[in-house]
Design a protein around this ligand. Sequence first.
Ligand code: CTP
Length: 402
Amino acid sequence: MIQNKRILLIIGGGIAAYKSLDLIRRLREQGAKVQALLTAGGAEFITPLSVSSLTGEKTYSDLFSLTDEAEMGHIRLSRESDLILVAPATADLMAKMAAGLAGDLATTVLLAANVPVMICPSMNVEMWNHPATKRNMNVLRKDGIQVVAPAAGDLACGEVGQGRLADVADIVKAAQFFFDRPGMLTGKKALVTAGPTYEAIDPVRYIANRSSGKQGYAIAAALAATGAEVALISGPTSLAVPFNVHRINVESADQMLESSMAELPADIAVCVAAVADWRAEKAVEHKIKKNGKNPPALKLTTNPDILQTLSKSGKMRPGLVIGFAAETENIVKNGQKKRGKKGCDWIVANDVSPGTETMGGARNSVHLITDKGIESWPEDTKEGVARALAKRISEYFQKEPV
Ligand code: CTP
């Protein structure tokens, strides 16, 4: 419950700073107590007066304010909240946090903080994709900082891409989840498969698919945030390892199966990977050369089905096995069939038709198919779907007799 929780909102200097005003209102609507700290950059976009009018509290902005320092203002500020939320988190602020700098009130509070920190990055798409920002994100994730990923779309600078501050409603949901779910899966072990698999044809060529791994990584992160010990068996992706998640890198379906089985016993298995259904019958040792006119015939053989193997692993079977169904037509019906065929407990069926954002994009719209029926969830970010699934999984274990 977010009600009565004390949130310190640090407002960075980006155009999205104006959205922090709406964020304050929405957090307060849920019963949170919000205190705000406006960086010098943030104050270029919005005024302390508008922030204070919405929080109903004094807005902090100056490290060297004598009255506050007399009471050790920055230390007190970093101690008195249940969560520090940084929105918008600019590339500059993230870089300073990653480096441990403390040159102003915001960074000093963040460095002195002994409470959880959640950041909501917002910046130009090139800045977001810059290797320096990626490096900083990795450092921040490793430091245990929660991240509400930016959304894709039109950016204030006129460019298009990922970098917009996440929707205010999504930030509120992320904060709510943070307060609702801590520790509910403590003591449970989860294994999650994610990403594509690469099936070698020869040393330079392979069969693969368009999976980005985002949904699987988001699920691993949500389960870890809910207290589970998480092993993420991942095909090749460019994603950072989520906080508190143990990642095992694999390439082929065979390796993914072997690594998944090695993680048993586990309480929960969530198979999100887009495993290649087939591989070359024989991956040849040397690069296939163009000899003559005819292209070489590619003889395929079927890959092992990891979800099915886990579902039918007898005594070693995880207590709750969840699969995904990537469908382009008759989504629910095919999902139901898949649940029966694979022998898993739940299926999360999603539409991967061209035009949907599912494969590689940031959003997902899913149907949860269980023995009790079908639930169609509203379209959400992949992080939102992951949190909803982690919530359902923790409810399942709360109801289970031990
Ligand atoms: N899966 C798996 N191993 C495979 C193939 C699929 O573990 N070799 C898992 C996926 O991770 C997913 C589920 O099975 O959880 C369904 O995957 P999907 O691609 O939708 O279905 P397929 O089994 O490939 O069936 P089809 O191609 O007929 O749709």
